[in-house]
Design a protein around this ligand. Sequence first.
Ligand code: EPU
Length: 337
Amino acid sequence: MHIERNVSLKPFNTFGIDVPASHFVRITDLATLREALQAPGLPAPFVLSGGSNLLLTGPLQALVLYIDTKGREIVSQTPEQVVVRAMAGENWHELVLWTLEQGYGGLENLALIPGKAGTAPVQNIGAYGVEIKDVLQGLQAVEIGSGSLRYFDREACGFGYRNSVFKEAEKGRYIIWSIDLELTRNKHSVRTGYGDIAGELKAAGVLTPSPSDVARAVMSIRRRKLPDPADLGNSGSFFKNPVIDKAHFSKLRESFPDLPGYPQEEAGVKVPAGWLIEQLGFKGARRGDAGVHRNQALVLVNYGSASGAEIQALAQEIRAAVRERFAIEIEPEVNII
Ligand code: EPU
């Protein structure tokens, strides 16, 4: 096991924030992970995966466990379905493309999401009407306290909107080691109902879309709206879309007749935080190198040398403005450390 000291985390977070970690170890196998977890005299562990949902606001006094495991395998299959197991360190989008190349359906709406396989379930990644919970059969996770592997089936993951037990009751207790995805080999049920997907497919002249056609449509929409972290530091949506109660929504509609709202099965109405932020004039706004993306107001960006604290200050400014104008509390989706 090789522990590095004072390592810059700039290449390891998609916001491109330059802060050092006091201790850093690359995890490529279970033996190294167990050794790192048991080694005496080291600071508390901090799990780092794709760094795509993370805002670092200061130096990290921690043992950074950089999850760099690789591997994909078929665990079981029937004529209709296949279960693919991916190691946590697999790049999510490359995994999606690989499943599509094999002719498997299920992940097409989740194309181009930054990050790695292992952290996808933590926040139940979702896009264009699909969440990972719709295809995840289960996962293996290493218990930090004991180093032992435990299997969580879908139910045990306690999924919600951008949420799971790994952000709630089990927070800080497990490291996701591999994930099992249940995909279709034929009779795919593509989902094209969300937003611009149907329009995008129509424009491309596709009448009966395959999973790959849907993925192409999703990728083209995302490339139009969302900045590529390789060009402009960002962490996708910075805030979650808030759910407000019906009475509050109706009242707001009197003053803002165009306010979009999506009634939720459980209760309340989900409103797009991007709309609220755009109304307040923040779209394209800039405070030094911290900014709000010009095509998607829910995405905060780093134009170069913004610090985590500067991005956090802009986020606070936005939260306060949304609270004042709409009486809505918007919560960050990104983990702020
Ligand atoms: N909107 C605006 N102005 C904006 C942005 C959005 O008015 O600048 C309004 C529009 O009314 C639009 C609606 O918001 O119709 C929804 O916008 P969009 O489809 O872009 O989705 P979103 O709600 O802003 C969510 C996810 C994204 C995901 C997209 C597509 C969250 C927090 N974000 O964004 O996920 O890609 O839907 O499904 O739920 C992420 O989590 O990092 C992420 C990018």
